[in-house]
Write a protein of this length. Structure first.
Length: 85
């Protein structure tokens, strides 16, 4: 992964943080449930570190959301700007 934050990583991070705050879950509690440090979770929420699929699945359970929630932006789905060749 490059150092640049992708739009999708930023969006997922914003949605994770929003939902965690809605549930009033402290970052250290969620991090402990995931088996990661609070700093790593903070990086996920800032979009500076990409969430792997197993952690993403665990987060959806902890935060009680469908995976699709993470890809929604103002009621619409975020689509990565890059295309695969």
């Amino acid at each position: 992964m490059t150092d640049a934050k992708s739009e999708l990583d930023l969006q997922i991070g914003r949605r994770l943080k929003l939902r965690r705050r809605q549930l009033k879950l402290p970052i250290d509690v969620v991090a402990l449930k995931l088996g990661i440090s609070p700093e790593t979770l903070n990086e996920y929420e800032r979009g500076s570190r990409r969430v792997n699929s197993s952690k993403l699945a665990a987060l959806t359970v902890i935060l009680q959301i469908p995976v699709s929630y993470l890809f929604e932006k103002n009621g619409s789905t975020v689509v990565p700007s890059r295309t695969l060749h």
